[in-house]
Ligand binder design. Structure first.
Ligand SMILES: *Cc1c(COP(=O)(O)O)cnc(C)c1O
Length: 386
């Protein structure tokens, strides 16, 4: 535990940040599957690494402290974290999901949890009054993302949590895009926060991992049981990489956001650009709500080019910015949601929620902004159909 009230300090000193035995300023990588017992029933706090591992435990304590929760849990991917949390549901239960929810979250509900008679409804979490009408008797939980990918639509987390709790729902927020440095969903009323730590928390595009944080002892016991029973835990080395990544989150995020704000302004002013979706822009419909619940608009931008630009050509012409899945690493990445991150969502649903074939998603990295803007400029110019 760090005693500081400041997130920047907690990122570095939070959780278990020192090795008591040796004084090492970093938590060692306990690369072990099992632990010697001193006698029958006499364990030294650990018995088997699926159940508990000191490196993973340090990461779990750190994320719990950062999100202001009771306990944290580390998994082998964001989807493993989300799957563990959804495993709280029972046959016959229904979960509401924001319309722009991550494609993998949609897929696991649509194609896996449906085997167990756990159902979902796509809900309009951007309008609390409309949302409330979608809560039927079988609804037991809601999954929110804000801003939600790829249109960066903003949900008023506090308002949705209040409506949801009136009906006894469990409120789950995927905080991947914001991180606890920019937004703390538990303080806004959420019960559980999940992360794809693969993204900003890891920050270097070198580890796939997921985290969950809960706001009560009761939920902590349930998730610990599910984590140990289903076994999708994060390994010691990857836990170490995440702890290391998290230490620099504040400085990375500050630069990500500074660059994103400039990139959003550049795109907004560009004659080739039809729409820009970024909650950090005053003109964005989610700006006011986002400002109330988050420090700023984050560093994910989506935009559409006018019809006289060939997006294939745009992607092929980029030199610095890579076309790749994922986001939140130090390097700038672009993707095409319709055929990449959101391809698992059927075309008719994609169309209904506004994920057009012309949509481009940009994860703004921490390179010099002049290089990012120059690359966007030359690729847009190359894409013009003359
Ligand atoms: C990437 C992502 C996930 C899935 O995480 P993995 O680590 O890829 O399993 C979940 N939610 C959001 C918002 C994501 O961006």
């Amino acid at each position: 535990m760090s005693n500081s009230k400041y997130t920047e300090t907690k990122l570095i000193h939070g959780g278990i940040s020192i090795d008591e035995r040796t004084g090492a300023v970093n938590v060692p990588i306990y690369q072990t599957s099992t632990y010697k017992q001193d006698g029958l029933g006499k364990m030294r706090g650990y018995e088997y690494s699926r159940t508990g591992n000191p490196t993973r435990e340090a990461l779990e304590a750190l994320i719990a402290e950062l999100e202001g929760g009771v306990a944290g849990f580390a998994f082998g991917s964001g989807m493993a974290a989300i799957t563990a949390v959804l495993s709280l549901l029972h046959s016959g239960d229904r979960v509401l999901i924001s319309s722009n929810v991550y494609g993998g979250t949609f897929r696991v509900l649509d194609k896996v949890f449906d085997h167990f008679n756990i159902n979902y409804t796509i809900a309009d979490t951007t309008h609390p009054d409309v949302y409330e009408t979608q809560i039927t008797d079988d609804v037991k939980a809601v999954v929110i993302e804000s801003p939600a990918n790829p249109l960066m639509s903003v949900t008023d987390i506090k308002a949705i949590a209040e409506v949801s709790h009136k009906h006894g729902l469990l409120v789950i927020v995927d905080n991947t895009f914001m991180t606890p440095y920019l937004q703390k969903p538990l303080e806004l009323g959420a019960d559980i926060v999940v992360h794809s730590a693969t993204k900003y928390l890891g920050g270097h595009s070198d580890v796939v991992s997921g985290l969950a944080v809960v706001n009560s002892k009761e939920l902590a016991e349930k998730i610990a049981f599910i984590q140990n029973s289903t076994g999708g835990v994060l390994g010691p080395f990857d836990s170490f990489l995440l702890i290391r990544g998290i230490k620099t989150l504040a400085v990375r995020m500050d630069r990500h956001v500074e660059n994103a704000e400039k990139a959003a302004e550049f795109l907004t002013a560009h004659k080739a650009v039809k729409n820009v979706y970024y909650p950090g822009l005053k003109s964005d419909s989610g700006y006011e709500t986002n400002r109330r619940q988050a420090k700023n608009g984050g560093a994910m931008i989506s935009f559409e080019l006018h019809e006289n630009y060939d997006i294939r050509k745009f992607f092929e012409s980029l030199e610095l910015i890579s076309l790749a899945e994922s986001l939140g690493g130090v390097e700038s990445l672009v993707c095409h949601p319709a055929t990449m991150t959101h391809a698992s969502i059927p075309a008719d649903i994609r169309k209904k929620v506004g994920i057009t074939d012309g949509l481009i998603r940009l994860s703004v990295g921490i390179e010099n902004i002049n290089d990012i803007l120059a690359d966007l400029e030359q690729a847009i110019n190359a894409a013009e159909i003359k």
